[in-house]
Structures are given as structure tokens and as C-alpha cells.
Design a protein. Sequence first.
Length: 278
Amino acid sequence: MMFDIERRQNEFEHEQISLNEKDEFVSDMGDGQEKSRKTFYREFKKVIDASDIIIEVLDARDPLGCRCSQVEEIVLTSGKNKKLILLLNKIDLIPRDNLDKWLKYLRNEFPTIAFRSSTQNQRDRLGHVTTSIQACDEHLLKSSNKCIGASTLMNLLSNYCRKNDIKTSITVGIVGFPNVGKSSVINSLKRTQVCQTGSMPGVTKQMQTVKLDKLIKLFDSPGIVMSKETNPASLILRNCIRIETIENTLPAIELLLHRCTKEQVKCSVFHTIDERVL
């Protein structure tokens, strides 16, 4: 009896969070863009609901900036014993020392996998590096065009199947901000180009299903639709917004200039519009 009450309470709370998130995820936009965001949210929600395990893909250059606390809360309060894994992608773009520190930090919260998607151009037989991340030096991380981290992730998923005595299959949802490399991760795991990829946000528009092996099925999702409270300038700099939809670029430029020195932008010092100190 008490278990049933607790279960129903968890489901109720999950529904309330989902409703609130939907309101947050749809910002004040034009009719066409608002409709598009609602469609993206529905597809994203399908992935969350259908998955046993959620993998949140993070860009190693800005892990905290592309984490979505709303998504993590939905997963943890679903009442369905869903598991959450963080996947730190694009590890070849940061120094090895930074990588080690981020892994230590993130693993205090959730299981975290260091990952580098394959950059090979062929459509199939994408290569894997089987060496563990601990044994990979910085040269290997940056020079190899093969996937790194796939074997570690597959072992983690296989252990989940064995631990839960799963004889049929598990579903794994891949979620994350636009352009963190979700589709590239799936292609690397599958060793073939099964998902379309691109540098512009919005390439993946609906849930895609990829059967990895007889026990593991992957769901690719559209990029997470941002909360309206998120700083638009930050989203522009993270390439989360399509260029043609940007109405005001000035906040993003100002944010970028605040991080640069005068020497970096090669700008002369001046105090007013009429005065320039050379």
C-alpha cells in the first residue's frame, strides 16, 4: 500500500516537472519558431520516456555550460529507476590535465565517460581505440581519428544488462545541447554513419532509433530546447542557435570582448568616442 502511494506520488511529481519544463522550454518567439520548439520538445520527451538509461552528452570545452539541470531532474524524479550517465565528448579539444580534473569533478555526481567521436570520413567501419583513457597520452587523444571511449561505455551498458539480468534489450537515450556531438557519438558506437551530422544546430529534428546490438537500442534526440531564462548570448557563442534566427548579435559580441584583452583584439585604447589614446 505504502509502495503504491509512493509510486503514484513520484509519477505525479514527474508529470508536474514535465509540465513546468515544457513551459520553460518554449520561449517568447515567433509563431513558426515556437511551433518548432514545441515539436522538438515532444520528440525529446519521447526519448526520455522510452529510455532505461539516459546519456547526457557534454562538450568537454564547457561541461557545466552545456549541462541541463532540468533534464537531469526529470530523469532522477521519473520514479522508474532510470539511470543517468554523463559523456564528456570532444576530449581531444582540451588539455589532458583539464580532462582529468573534469572527470574527477563530474564523477562525484554521476558515472562519467571520457569520449572522442570518430572523425573518419568513410560511411562504415569507423575505427575504435581500445586503450583505456588512463593509458592514452595527450598525443594519442589529439592525433588519432578513431573513436576513444566506446569500449568503456559499452562495458558499462553491458554490466547494466548483466546486473539487472536483462535477457531482451535495454533502450539508451542520447540527449544534450545542440552541437555537443550526439549523432556523432551514435555513429561512432555503431561504427557506421547512421545519423546525419552537421555543424549547424537543429540537424536532428525527431527521435531516431539505432539498434547497437541484440541487447542495446539507442535513441537519438533533437538538441535540448533551452529554458527561456538561459542567456541568449551564451547560446549564440555555443552555436546553439541558428544564425539566421539571431535578431541582435551585440550581447554575444560584448560577452566575447569581455573575455579578450586589448592585445588580442588589437584595439587601441580610448575613453570616449571622440578620444583615442594611441
